[in-house]
Design a protein around this ligand. Structure first.
Ligand code: MF3
Ligand code: CO
Length: 258
């Protein structure tokens, strides 16, 4: 069952979203060669708590940190540690914040120093795929219209979509119905209605779509060692159109759809 949020609940989710946005912006200011991912985690946790929020991921099914950090061929769920960033890396950072009982969830893949043209193209394609998915978040569209848009844009750019990881509904819990695959035929699944809130998160690879789970039982990488990118927004379906709760711009406008 897809839980629809009231106008008041959406404002609370937007507050959580603002903390997520500011946390990702702060992390972006610190991402550079030689920084350890553990330092980024500590920075994020302290900042989130200073704003009255709780890092949603910490303790979730035993997850040991406040954010996920997934460099290069790692797709998602990397655990922060002693490892230092290096020039040319790309680093997916995933942040979830619970504030006043509601969760917002967003991820951004940062370039570290100078990155290759292929890496930049992968990041651009993943952001475009996310934007295309968000553009489908309208009353009357079907759930798989989001999935299809993400797959189409990813494959048009010559990259592949990870099949076995999905986006999700979000609200009082980080993971609510429905699951949102990043591929599929359009026109299938539930009809979208005002008050639904989705965490849309394309995970795309430069090589094949297959994944491996590491021995830590959290981190997931591409099987073929190719680069991966991950962008995520928490998006509410409003009568007026998609409302991004984890972007400073809010409503989708000309700037986002450029
Ligand atoms: N954005 C990720 C998700 O929706 C974050 C989960 S990390 C976890 O699944 F550690 F909390 F599992
Ligand atoms: Co998510």
């Amino acid at each position: 069952m897809i839980i629809r949020k009231s106008a008041q609940e959406l404002e609370r989710m937007a507050e959580a979203g603002r903390v997520v946005v500011e946390t990702l912006a702060l992390i972006g200011d610190y991402v550079r060669p030689e920084v350890t991912t553990r330092e980024l985690d500590a920075l994020a946790e302290e900042f989130i708590r200073s704003l009255g929020g709780v890092p949603t991921f910490k303790g979730y099914r035993g997850y040991p940190a406040s954010i996920c950090v997934s460099p290069n061929a790692m797709i998602v769920h990397g655990i922060p540690g002693q490892q230092r960033l290096a020039d040319g890396d790309v680093l997916s950072v995933d942040v979830g914040v619970t504030l006043e009982g509601f969760v917002a969830d967003s991820a951004y893949t940062f370039p570290v120093g100078d990155i290759s043209d292929e890496a930049q193209q992968l990041l651009d394609a993943c952001q475009s795929a996310l934007t295309a998915g968000i553009e489908q978040c309208r009353v009357g569209r079907r759930l798989s219209d989001i999935s299809h848009a993400i797959q189409r844009v990813t494959e048009e750019n010559g990259f592949s979509v990870v099949r076995s990881l999905v986006g999700h509904g979000v609200g009082r819990s980080m993971h609510e119905d429905p699951q949102i695959p990043n591929f599929g035929e359009p026109g299938r699944g539930p009809v979208l209605a005002a008050g639904m809130v989705f965490a849309i998160e394309p995970m795309i690879n430069a090589g094949g779509p297959e994944i491996i789970l590491h021995d830590d039982e959290w981190s997931i990488s591409t099987e073929d060692g190719s680069l991966s990118a991950h962008f995520e927004h928490t998006v509410a379906i409003a009568e007026e159109g998609p409302r991004i709760l984890t972007a400073s711009e809010g409503l989708v406008g000309a700037s986002l759809l450029r």
